[in-house]
Design a protein around this ligand. Structure first.
Ligand code: 5GP
Length: 130
């Protein structure tokens, strides 16, 4: 059965898309730690990120870099942090999180509740910065 993230890529489940190329897809995390929290995934369905081939892992990181630079332009911050957990969704993903402090990377923090309009605005600001 397809993962929830493959269903998002296929358009079967809605998302707030940030960017896409032939191999990778970026969209807003639905339970963001901060505004601009974005997920980057390979379209290839792989659970563990370190099971990707060397070439695909490198290409995913280059794609994530473009998205991260755009997040930093759209949401001024000290740096955009990157994290890989993958304990909840069995489809490899990189979290990109604009940080004002180390505390912004604590996954145990309460998540933001944003309206659809806010999500739409955030996604378009990042897309426009790409
Ligand atoms: P992890 O697997 O890295 O522990 O966490 C998975 C992340 O995916 C979480 O931050 C969660 O909010 C996000 N997530 C889970 N399901 C969905 C979904 O259906 N749509 C979006 N946009 N994000 C999701």
């Amino acid at each position: 059965m397809a993962t929830i993230f493959s269903r998002i890529v296929a358009g079967e489940i809605p998302c707030y898309k940030v960017a896409e190329d032939d191999k990778f897809f970026a969209f807003l995390d639905i339970n963001p730690m901060v505004k601009g929290h974005t997920l980057v995934i390979p379209k290839q369905e792989v659970d563990y990120i370190f099971d990707l081939s060397d070439n695909d892992l490198a290409a995913m990181q280059v794609f994530a870099k473009k998205v991260a630079l755009a997040i930093g332009k759209a949401f001024p911050c000290k740096k955009v942090g990157q994290a890989v957990l993958g304990l909840e969704v069995p489809h490899a993903h990189i979290h990109l999180i604009p940080m004002q402090s180390e505390a912004d990377m604590l996954f145990s923090n309460p998540k933001l509740k944003l309206s659809p309009d806010e999500f739409t605005e955030i996604a378009s600001k990042i897309s426009a910065a790409m």
